[in-house]
Design a protein around this ligand. Structure first.
Ligand code: SF4
Length: 227
């Protein structure tokens, strides 16, 4: 078992520092060219891989350009255009109704506050955080996706289980200026080394400070179950 640093603040700072060296070009992997495309890509990415979303949005973004285009699209037609995406029917509905609201209440512009964004159908705090950070350069919180959730628990940065509570813990310890990057670093490390199915602790740059490290720890702190 690795030995975490004395405080969670120190542990978080060390994690950021080491992962930055490992993944210097870490950034969002969804493709988009404006705020509306970003919003739609993030809605589509819930429980779906970014790779699949990027494949699907190539044609989608060429067909639909404005919020009016989506709002006026028949449900079946839009769902059909998204059929390789998980929960495509629901997501088509969310996108259509969110775009209706953007047209009716926000002059066709993707809003730039947490409250207005989370008021849109299909938009929770995680989606809103991504849109604020990458669409508006506003960093109000930390995006907690499945990788951030798993790594934060494995690394002893939180004992919380639910994303919104994990976010609160992380906001208290991740260094200012790194809230956005923390997410991308966790995603890159989660994909490359510390995945849900298998953690390759022997190849991990965090092994000596990770309390879940397999060499000695019998427990995966993300799940609380034995490895
Ligand atoms: S790969 Fe192993 S040592 Fe590295 S962060 Fe994941 S659980 Fe910890």
């Amino acid at each position: 078992m690795g030995t975490p640093l004395e405080t969670r603040q120190e542990q978080a700072a060390e994690v950021v520092d080491r992962l930055e060296h490992e993944y210097p070009d870490s950034t969002i992997s969804l493709r988009y060219s404006n705020r509306l495309e970003l919003l739609i890509a993030v809605i589509l990415s819930a429980q779906c891989t970014d790779e699949r979303v990027n494949q699907e949005t190539k044609e989608l973004f060429a067909t639909y350009e404005t919020p009016e285009d989506y709002a006026n699209a028949p449900q079946e037609e839009l769902a059909d255009a998204l059929s390789s995406i998980t929960y495509y029917n629901n997501k088509a509905k969310y996108i259509r109704t969110a775009c209706e609201k953007i047209v009716d209440e926000h002059d066709g512009e993707v809003p730039d506050t947490m409250a207005e964004l989370t008021d849109l159908p299909g938009v929770g705090r995680k989606t809103a955080n991504v849109v604020l950070q990458h669409g508006h350069d506003v960093v109000e919180g930390i995006v907690v996706d499945t990788h951030v959730q798993r790594l934060s628990r494995r690394l002893g940065l939180t004992e919380e289980e639910y994303p919104e509570r994990i976010e609160q813990d992380l906001m208290a310890i991740v260094p200012d200026g790194y809230w956005q990057q923390f997410t991308h670093l966790c995603i890159d490390h989660g994909r490359a080394v510390c995945s849900a199915r298998s953690a390759d602790c022997e190849a991990c740059v965090l092994a000596d400070i990770c309390p879940s490290e397999k060499g000695d720890s019998e427990i995966d702190l993300a799940s609380g179950e034995p490895w």
